[in-house]
Structures are given as C-alpha cells and as structure tokens.
Design a protein around this ligand. Structure first.
Ligand code: PAF
Length: 286
C-alpha cells in the first residue's frame, strides 16, 4: 500500500512512524515523470538495506534558472504514484511549492568547490537549489540511505560532499545510468525531443563509447579522448556546453594524461532541449 502525502507535517508524521517501527528508511528524491532510471533507485535503496522506501516528487523551482524549462517540465503525478505502487514504495511525498518554500523562506545550503565548474558554471543557481531542497528532504524524512542517478554525475558528487561535510547521517548512493536500447541515457527531458532529435540524441553516447573504447585500448591522452567524445556531438547537436575528462572523485579537469579513474562529462543542446550524460572510462557499461 503506497500512501501519498502533500503537506510537510503529514510527511514528518508518516516518517516518524516509519522510523519508530525500527524501519531503515530509504529515500529517492525525484522531480517526477518517473522512468526505469528512477525505479532502479528504489531497488538500490533496498539493496543498501532500506526496509521502507519514500519517493519524493517535486519539480523544484529553485534549481531552474531564468529561461529554463521549469514551466514545461512534465508533471505526471498520477502515473508516478501508480509506478511507485507497482514497486511497493511505502510513501510518496508530493508537496506544493509553498509547502516546500513557505513565505519568507531565505535559507540555503551551498557546496563550493565541487559546484564551481560544468553544470554549476552553466547553471549558476542550480546546485544551490538542489542542495537546499535535498537537505530539507533529508531533514524531514530522516533516511539511512538516499539514491541518486549517476546521469547527474556532478549532482551526485555534490550531494555526497554535502552529506559528508555537514555530518548528515545518510549514505548517499550514486547508481548506474539506465539507458534506452540504443544507448540514450533515460531522462524525463527526453520527452521534449521530436522524432528527428531523438535519433540525433544518441550522438552523445556514441562519443562516450568512442572515448571509452580508446581508453580500454590504452589511450590516455586527454585531448584525444575529449576529441573522440566530441566528434559525434559536434556533428549532430546544435551547441556543446562542455565535454571534459575529469577525476572521478575530485571532478578536477584532467590535463595531459588521464589517470586510472576518470569520467567524461558532457552537456549539449539539441533544439530546445539540453541533455547531459557521462561515462567512467573503462568501468561503465555503455
Ligand atoms: O535529480 C533530480 O531529479 C533533482 O535534482 C533532485 C535531486 C530530485 C532535487 O530536486
């Protein structure tokens, strides 16, 4: 049985009850429009020991910049709740905006170094919105474990850093990217693509595969790896925000020779849609 609550107080009461029954609570924060990628996170919290799972569905206005897709972001709560029911989720939390941010709200959480580049540079207020809303969710739910997809690789590292730095008693999991049969990383934003764009969108994973294959063959020159990842995206996308080989933990850009634990991060625009993807070279299945 999946309960759905909308008010912060109802969430807190429900989570207090879950914890009082000795449950290990897992949290999957989402913005809804759920797909198999999100559902794999539900499974991941259970594998990590959660006995009860809470999914939050909240299109968080503070992580969208001016001119971004907040208004058109898909909102499909009924279907989301149904999918959660099918997966045995215990509680869905879907607050209204003024429940999350009541009048007078003025407090934010910021992670500094890990947010400075890449998504943070292209979307300057984005991570502050993410870290603030996730802190609020952690406080209200009190999870032992929370799962995030590695498609948003930098987001995962930022949230991991935040939990570590602020002594939040929660394990922050970064879970493998779930891909469509042709390799496109699952994303709620894929719904924006028309048929032609949907075909061209696979250029990102083609670039990642090319860099990954070269890396597995021993290529370590960063410029060469980046050029391989870039070529198909340059051909099929309209604009590239960044393609960079970085340290998998530090997210510091690599120069010269790539080490043995590196990620290629990529963000690019196809028509009105901005897509991101990444691969941990020599390690991820693409
Ligand atoms: O990854 C997302 O969907 C969002 O950034 C998150 C973590 C749910 C915070 O709003």
């Amino acid at each position: 049985m999946t309960d759905v609550v909308h008010e912060p107080r109802a969430l807190r009461e429900a989570c207090d009850q879950l914890r009082a029954s000795d449950a290990r609570v897992g949290l999957v924060p989402t913005m809804g429009a759920l797909h198999d990628g999100h559902l794999s996170l539900v499974a991941a919290t259970r594998e990590a020991g959660a006995t009860r799972v809470v999914v939050s569905v909240f299109v968080n206005p503070t992580q969208f910049g001016e001119g971004e897709d907040f208004d058109k972001y898909p909102r499909t709560l009924e279907q989301d709740v149904e999918l959660c029911r099918e997966r045995g989720v215990d509680l869905v939390y879907a607050p209204p905006v003024d429940g999350m941010y009541p009048e007078g709200f003025e407090t934010h959480v910021e992670v500094e170094r890990t947010t400075a580049r890449f998504e943070g540079a292209h979307r300057p207020t984005h991570f502050r919105g993410v870290t603030t809303v996730v802190t609020k969710l952690f406080n209200a739910v009190g999870p032992c474990v929370a799962a995030f997809g590695r498609k948003d690789y930098q987001q995962w590292r930022v949230l991991w850093r935040m939990a570590r730095d602020l002594d939040m008693p929660v394990e922050v999991l970064g879970c493998p990217i779930v891909r469509e049969p042709d390799g496109l990383a699952m994303s709620s934003r894929n719904r924006y693509l028309d048929a032609g764009e949907r075909q061209r969108a696979t250029a990102i994973v083609q670039g990642l595969r090319a860099a990954d294959a070269a890396y597995r063959d021993g290529e370590r020159e960063v410029a060469r790896l980046e050029a391989l990842a870039r070529a198909p995206v340059q051909a099929d996308f309209d604009r590239i925000d960044y393609i960079a080989v970085v340290g998998a933990e530090s997210l510091e850009p690599c120069t010269g020779t790539a080490g043995d634990d590196v990620v290629v991060l990529c963000a690019a625009h196809l028509g009105q849609t901005r897509l991101i993807d990444n691969a941990r070279l020599g390690r991820d299945r693409l």
